[in-house]
Design a protein around this ligand. Structure first.
Ligand code: AHR
Length: 319
């Protein structure tokens, strides 16, 4: 009886200690901006996940500029936050500010994008395998076109960002196994709908009206949605005259898929903060070191997956 009571008291003390530490935690979040539907959902989910845990979240929107992110991180350090989340707009240039956070013993977690810096400078990175995402998109196209000659145009993400670099690499690896599929044009569309449309218009023009373009590979769904618009305005049919394959799995791409205007997408969860807060709580409580990379899933969706059902299911997940 006495033993049971002691065990119960210990369990209660532990539960109380962890809930107190989560409730009193202040976390700074340097977000890139709101370039895409996926990004907006990530912001929503991060705020929800913080609220669920009683974490005070200090949010800073960097408007796509690394200098704003660095300024925000320095501000969080000066305020003495318990931890910092960064969704890094580009991969390079982080060492100095991460060293400053480390000197102040403030753990940093990277969300959704990787960086070129020693991993001793951050606690962990919660991201997908972006090379794999590109590979999945490329393999889908390889299978879909078979032996046909296929000229692909590519809409890249933000220049210098890890998803732009890695999604390109993975896709190129997949199509390199064939001789009939080639990327004929490739340019950044900055992960936005507007730029995706604009660049697709220029690709269509440069390719003599677009009749010879077999597919567009967009590094995110928003650019794909912009490209779909451009294809329609050029008098062609997206999804059949020009195949559309992209990454993110935001609700709008499923609407396009249901209309036969998009063909495939690779899912990226907007919930990077949930796993981040879990490992952070364990780290702050008893210094439990998480793995340096927490990998999220990358699932392929095509028109066979009942797009309208997926569209409905996606709503409420931050979208
Ligand atoms: O880093 C993740 C990428 O950034 C998403 O695929 C894209 O939509 C976003 O803006």
């Amino acid at each position: 009886m006495r033993q049971a009571l002691a065990a119960l008291t210990a369990a209660l003390t532990l539960a109380l200690a962890s809930s107190v530490s989560a409730q009193s935690m202040t976390v700074g979040f340097s977000q890139i901006g709101s370039e895409s539907g996926w990004r907006a959902a990530e912001t929503t989910v991060t705020k929800q996940e913080a609220e669920k845990r009683g974490i005070a979240l200090k949010f800073a929107d960097a408007q796509q500029k690394q200098e704003n992110q660095i300024k925000a991180v320095r501000g969080f350090i000066a305020q003495g936050v318990d931890a910092i989340l960064i969704a890094p707009v580009v991969a390079t240039g982080w060492d100095a500010v991460l060293k400053e956070a480390k000197e102040e013993k403030i753990p940093v977690i990277l969300l959704d994008r990787q960086i070129d810096a020693p991993d001793s400078l951050y606690l962990t990175a919660v991201t997908s395998d972006q090379v794999h995402e590109g590979r999945v998109a490329g393999e889908w196209l390889v299978k879909d076109v078979g032996a046909k000659t296929c000229k692909v145009v590519e809409l890249q993400g933000t220049t210098g960002s890890s998803p732009a670099i890695n999604r390109k690499k993975g896709f190129e690896e997949a199509i390199a196994k064939t001789t009939n599929i080639k990327i004929v044009r490739s340019q950044t569309g900055d992960f936005t709908r507007t730029k995706g449309k604009e660049v697709m218009e220029s690709f269509i023009k440069a390719e003599g009206g677009g009749k010879d373009i077999c597919a567009v590979y967009a590094h995110n769904d928003d650019m794909a949605v912009g490209a779909i618009q451009a294809i329609k305005e050029a008098g062609l049919k997206p999804g059949s005259d020009i195949k559309v394959v992209s990454i993110d799995a935001v609700p709008d791409i499923f609407k396009a898929m249901a209309a036969g205007e998009a063909n495939a997408t690779v899912e990226l969860t907007p919930n990077m903060a949930g796993p981040a807060f879990e490992v952070l709580a364990a780290y702050l409580k008893d210094k439990k070191e998480p793995p340096k990379w927490i990998q999220t899933e990358s699932k392929l969706y095509t028109a066979k997956d009942d797009p309208m059902k997926v569209y409905e299911a996606k709503k409420g997940l931050g979208y």
